[in-house]
Design a protein around this ligand. Structure first.
Ligand SMILES: Cc1cc2nc3c(=O)[nH]c(=O)nc-3n(C[C@H](O)[C@H](O)[C@H](O)COP(=O)(O)O)c2cc1C
Length: 320
């Protein structure tokens, strides 16, 4: 049942992928997810240079013998970007995921190597492009998701089957999924796996301030906001006085990046997620935060997702 083209492609037990998580997804988290049967990932943009990425890859290889991925955000690292990708090639990493721009260059660099490629998309058009360029699978993120989103405001339940119907390569659903119900819903929509970001923030292994984890647990419906819409790069974060202020600045200054840059940078993001001081920055989170009630170890989280999915399957086989 949980064997899909995604589990086969990525050589994993369960069709569960940990999304790239800027400044949070390092070797410890990636190894915990991979050891629990999913696909863990290291986020390259959290690391300053190719040498640091190489060290992190060596560390994850020591912590797990299972497949793992490296997440690359196009446009980050400036001139160092290609060197960062080259490290992934030299280290023969099993999987690379690509986000944040045209994946053509990275896919071209990887095409002669046995590295599986996942491209994060937010529309059928982007998904078809990724398929044409030779991606092995796409991860499609709906409007509920945490972090950067598509511009069409389309939710996961509509976007996923749309993309599934448009493609031949397998699709991983993402955005708002936090549990076994979400996994079963994604499979019912035709996806062959799920990617989760926000759910992994409330885990024991992730290196973030406890206040960020607690804020995820306390979030209710409506406690996330989409910032940076005025800049054409919408992204979902926890609602707080800090993010409310960003929304006011966007209303006042429109797409004037200069007026906004001190409030939306990676440094400001890191200030909150690592210091926990709500007045100094913001934390990305998706709408699924309102459905997260416990900080779990990654192993317990993955088991709970599979147990819940099994229960649903059992119930359906009796009742439907
Ligand atoms: C804290 C945080 C940081 C993120 N950073 C990245 C990133 O660096 N690269 C990336 O591809 N996606 C990033 N994302 C998006 C996630 O990988 C994933 O697609 C998204 O969280 C899925 O929606 P969910 O949060 O509802 O699970 C981030 C999401 C969050 C919540």
């Amino acid at each position: 049942m949980y064997q899909t083209r995604i589990t086969k492609l990525l050589n994993i037990k369960y069709p569960i992928v940990q999304g790239g998580l800027a400044y949070l997804a390092y070797a410890d988290l990636a190894a915990a997810v991979s050891n629990a049967g999913g696909l863990g990932q290291i986020t390259a943009m959290s690391l300053p240079d190719p040498e640091s990425l190489q060290k992190e890859i060596h560390k994850v290889k020591q912590l797990t013998g299972k497949p793992f991925g490296i997440n690359f955000a196009i446009g980050q690292h400036g001139r160092l970007f290609e060197h960062m990708v080259q490290v992934a090639i030299d280290e023969q990493v099993p999987v690379v995921s690509i986000t944040g721009g045209n994946p053509a260059g990275v896919l071209d660099m990887l095409k002669d190597f046995p590295i599986k490629t996942l491209v994060l998309v937010a529309s059928s058009r982007q998904a078809q492009k990724a398929q044409e360029l030779g991606a092995d699978a796409v991860m499609v993120v709906g409007q509920e998701g945490g972090g950067h989103l598509g511009r069409s405001d389309t939710g996961t339940i509509v976007l996923t089957p749309h993309v599934v119907d448009a493609l031949e390569i397998p699709v991983i659903a993402s955005g708002g999924i936090v549990d076994g119900r979400g996994l079963m819903a994604a499979l019912a929509l035709g996806a062959e796996g799920i990617e989760m970001g926000t759910r992994f923030i409330a885990t024991k292994e992730i290196q973030s301030h406890i206040n960020y984890k607690q804020a995820i647990l306390s979030a209710d419906e409506g406690d996330t906001v989409v910032i940076k819409r005025s800049l054409g790069t919408p992204a979902r974060a926890l609602r707080s006085p800090f993010t409310e202020n960003i929304l006011s600045l966007e209303e006042k200054y429109g797409n004037n990046y200069e007026q906004l840059k001190d409030y939306i940078s990676g440094e400001v993001n890191q200030k909150y997620i690592h210091s926990g001081n709500e007045s100094s920055g913001f934390g990305w989170a998706g709408q699924g935060a309102s459905r997260i009630h416990q900080i779990l170890s990654v192993k317990d989280l993955i088991s709970s997702i599979i147990d819940e999915a099994d229960q649903i399957r059992g119930k359906w086989s009796k009742e439907v």
